[in-house]
Design a protein. Structure first.
Length: 560
């Protein structure tokens, strides 16, 4: 017996008792013929509050045309999106990780409420990709994800710029290294139009991950947001989702253990964002796949970096497209035995089949091979020790030093650390510790790109380390350790640290330690109580009450 391609929406549209529903759909402009076809939800994360998602409203029209031509009826709906880059360094940044859950919840709610037969999710900025993927795993109807594309690099004095250059310029300005006019010139040039941040930061890392894990068509993410080829990719996505529906292939059919291993390898092998750790752990929970922090470290150890991408490397996302695209990266990883070639994708072909004919641009220097990598092991490293018994995450995609020991400079919020850097109070050798910024304590686990950019811009990137129970932007570079668990608000040892305590970071040993003995920690924590909630009502309060450890993906969960 075949898959009933209208099984879900028939409950909404068919029969005498559904006349009122049909009447309301007709008010929108749908006909009886439209309602007789499978209904495909187009989950759009469009917003005009940022460049990242700005092109998605227009892209949706091409997706809908593909759905219609392939025999379906598309119905578009929106969800929220928060700009990490715009909110960075402010209280608004706490909304970013929280928005991942809201995006997942809202897509799930509309999907369940309107009983779509299939879904295409249009994504761009950082939390929209994992949020959409989590929702698709929950709904488990035939579905795919389409990435809106990267922004083009800005140009100034013959060099490419991304928004990360602006954050680092802020630090350089505070240190007196550039003047007002130079800062303004960088600000004006860095972001030339629509599209997500241009390096292998979180948005492009997750776009890469979604192709490797099988939820996005291979080759769909590489064209930039303003590239005319993106329109064709949108149309093709509409056709592909109808094919998925007819074949009855659902997200959990694709989200296998092997697919997650491919996704981790993709992030590690491209020097991608540490946020991929949080997001893949969260997605694995939704898909029912057993995945732990240790899996990331093990896979990263055996996966060389084969793409020379910012922030640790040289090139931007559109350089990947010009070199041969994400499909060339995947082909090189297949050829090197770094991924499972036999995992399924949304097209019905395996990852190996999809990438076999990837074309390399002669002379390109962006993508190498497993036998001649840019670095012998991947960029994602998991550390444990007295300061992070449940784990911490660091990215070593560039030329970060493998060892650092120094005195802690302890701050209970990001803004205080930023002010200390700007007034020159942080010096070479320091370990900046920012706590009570974890999933529960923040709440929302703010990214620290403003702080890390200021450290690098001030010329301290090679001599200062940063440790936090918060997290980092995919644009962060330098020796910056995040996701410390247990977090300070949960009574982790990071809450016991004081100024001057020595902290040791040893990348090779995979260790993050303080030098306090157990008795001293116990004495300092005697009488300690979690700080009062920063929010007692609204979405932040609900999130803080429900969110778990960063070591488990910072997911919200309810126990019965």
């Amino acid at each position: 017996m075949g898959y009933d391609i209208k099984a879900n929406s028939a409950v909404i549209t068919n029969g005498r008792d559904r006349a009122a529903a049909r009447a309301m759909y007709k008010a929108v402009g749908f006909s009886d013929a439209d309602l007789a076809k499978p209904i495909v939800g187009i989950a759009n994360t469009w917003t005009e509050t940022m460049p990242c998602n700005l092109n998605l409203r227009a892209l949706a029209e091409h997706v809908k045309r593909g759905v219609r031509d392939a025999g379906g009826t598309p119905m578009e709906f929106n969800t929220v999106a928060i700009s990490d880059g715009i909110t960075m360094g402010t209280e608004g940044m706490k909304a970013s990780l929280v928005s991942r859950e809201v995006i997942a919840d809202s897509i799930e709610l509309v999907g369940r409420g309107h009983m779509f037969d299939a879904i295409v999710a249009l994504v761009a900025c950082d939390k929209t990709s994992p949020g959409a993927a989590m929702a698709l795993a929950r709904l488990n109807v035939p579905a795919l994800i389409l990435y809106g594309g990267s922004i083009a690099p800005g140009k100034l004095d013959g060099r490419d710029l991304t928004v990360v250059d602006v954050f680092e310029a802020i630090g350089a300005h505070a240190a007196g290294k550039i003047d007002d006019a130079q800062l303004l010139a960088i600000e004006d040039a860095a972001c030339p139009g629509a599209g997500a941040c241009g390096g292998q930061y979180t948005a492009n890392t997750m776009a890469t991950v979604m192709e490797f894990i099988g939820l996005s068509p291979v080759g769909s993410a590489s064209p930039g947001a303003t590239d005319p080829r993106k329109e064709r990719k949108g149309y093709e996505a509409g056709v592909i989702v109808m094919d998925l529906l007819r074949r009855g292939v659902r997200p959990r059919d694709l989200l296998t253990r092997a697919a997650f291993e491919n996704a981790i390898a993709a992030a590690a092998g491209t020097g991608g964002s540490t946020n991929s750790v949080l997001h893949l752990l969260a997605l694995a929970r939704e898909a029912g796949v057993d995945l732990t922090l240790d899996d990331f470290d093990a896979i990263s150890r055996r996966t060389p970096i084969i793409a020379d991408l910012r922030p640790g490397g040289t090139y931007v996302a559109l350089d990947v497209d010009q070199a041969g695209g994400i499909e060339l990266i995947a082909r090189r990883m297949v050829e090197g035995g770094l991924v499972h070639a036999d995992t399924a994708t949304v097209t019905g072909r395996t990852l190996g089949e999809e990438t076999a004919n990837a074309r390399e641009t002669p002379g390109q220097r962006v993508i190498s091979t497993a036998s001649a990598p840019f670095k012998p092991s991947g960029g994602i490293v998991i550390l444990r020790g007295s300061l992070a018994p449940e784990g911490a995450v660091v990215k070593v995609a560039g030329h970060e030093r493998p060892y650092h020991r120094g005195p802690a400079r302890v701050f209970d919020r990001e803004e205080d650390a930023m002010h200390a850097i700007e007034r020159g109070a942080i010096v070479a050798g320091d370990v900046v510790v920012i706590r009570y910024e974890g999933p529960k304590g923040g709440p929302g686990m703010r990214e620290m790109l403003g702080v890390t950019g200021a450290i690098v811009g001030a010329g301290l990137g090679e001599t200062v380390a940063l440790v936090t129970d918060g997290r980092f932007s995919g644009g962060t570079r330098g020796l910056m350790l995040g996701h410390v668990a247990p977090e300070a608000a949960a009574g982790g040892d990071i809450a016991a640290l004081r100024d001057g305590d020595f902290v040791t970071i040893d990348i090779e040993a995979r260790s993050l330690d303080h030098e306090l003995d157990d008795n001293e920690v116990a004495a300092r924590m005697q009488g300690w109580e979690p700080p009062p909630p920063r929010y007692t009502a609204g979405v932040f309060a609900k999130y803080a009450a429900l969110v778990g450890s960063a070591a488990e993906g910072a997911i919200t969960r309810v126990t019965f």
